[in-house]
Design a protein around this ligand. Structure first.
Ligand code: ADP
Ligand code: ADP
Length: 229
């Protein structure tokens, strides 16, 4: 079953006379439960795609579907509802509230979600049961990112979108964070898209998509279930 499909997805940024095609016609299918990774040089369109899939940004042209819901038909209110109901985000910087503990940071989400995990379960799933009452400043960078991941999955989103989750971490810690994402993808079946420069993710991902100049330059499939018939 498809979770996302795009057709000729295009995003143009215009600054004065200059037009930049951040996405220059992307056709993509992502299956439910997949772990997909986006690779490619800086400026090739990876974040732009992730932001449109997550309903953070509007396309200029082309179409995007989440199951049968056409995101490119929605206005800002519809996109807000889509994000709230279906999407968890993880970014390079953790954006934790410094005055709240790990548990309280996750609770900000579980208090308002429809069918959340407990904060304790979410933090247990990222290996932080021993850090529930620590404040962000008492945690390492990798631990802070794991709190941010727990916060993102605590509402049981169908989709988890991660933009450079390893960008601020050393490579060993970055790999641990990617392993947490892989583990959550397997345990919860969350469809996951990750932008990272950490090459190790290629072995963990079901699908690796290379971007170049706003286009998909190559795709590698590591799971026979995803092979086109
Ligand atoms: P990547 O994530 O692969 O580094 P991006 O999606 O961030 O690439 O950017 C793709 C292109 O779009 C780049 O040329 C970038 O400079 C341009 N771009 C991204 N966001 C904006 C913006 N808000 N205004 C103008 N140009 C932008
Ligand atoms: P506006 O932004 O002008 O309020 P929306 O884009 O929110 O318009 O809504 C357009 C249509 O899409 C509405 O009929 C709404 O019911 C439907 N819709 C919006 N979000 C969702 C969603 N998450 N799931 C299903 N239908 C939705």
């Amino acid at each position: 079953e498809l979770v996302f499909r795009t057709d000729n997805l295009t995003k143009v940024y215009q600054t004065g006379e200059v037009k930049v095609f951040a996405l220059a016609g992307v056709d993509l299918e992502l299956f439910s439960g997949e772990l997909a990774v986006l690779l490619g040089p800086s400026g090739s369109g990876k974040s732009t795609l992730l932001n449109i899939l997550g309903g953070l940004d509007h396309a200029t042209d082309g179409r995007v579907w989440f199951h049968d819901l056409e995101l490119t038909d929605l206005g800002d209110r519809g996109l807000t509802r889509f994000r709230r109901d279906h999407v968890g985000f993880v970014f390079q910087f953790y954006n934790l509230v410094p005055s709240l503990t790990a548990r309280e940071n996750v609770q900000l989400v579980t208090d308002v979600a429809r069918d959340p995990m407990t904060p304790e379960e979410a933090l247990e799933r990222v290996g932080l049961s021993h850090r529930l009452d620590h404040f962000p400043a008492q945690l390492s960078g990798g631990e802070q990112q794991r709190v941010a991941i727990a916060r993102a999955v605590a509402k049981r989103p169908e989709v988890l979108l991660c933009d450079e989750p390893t960008g601020a971490l050393d490579s060993k810690t970055g790999i641990q964070v990617l392993e947490v994402l892989k583990h959550l993808n397997e345990e919860l079946g969350t469809s996951t898209v990750v932008i990272t420069h950490a090459a190790e993710i290629r072995k963990m991902a079901h699908r690796v998509i290379w971007f170049q100049d706003g286009r998909i330059a190559n795709t590698e499939i590591n799971d026979e279930r995803l092979e086109p018939a």
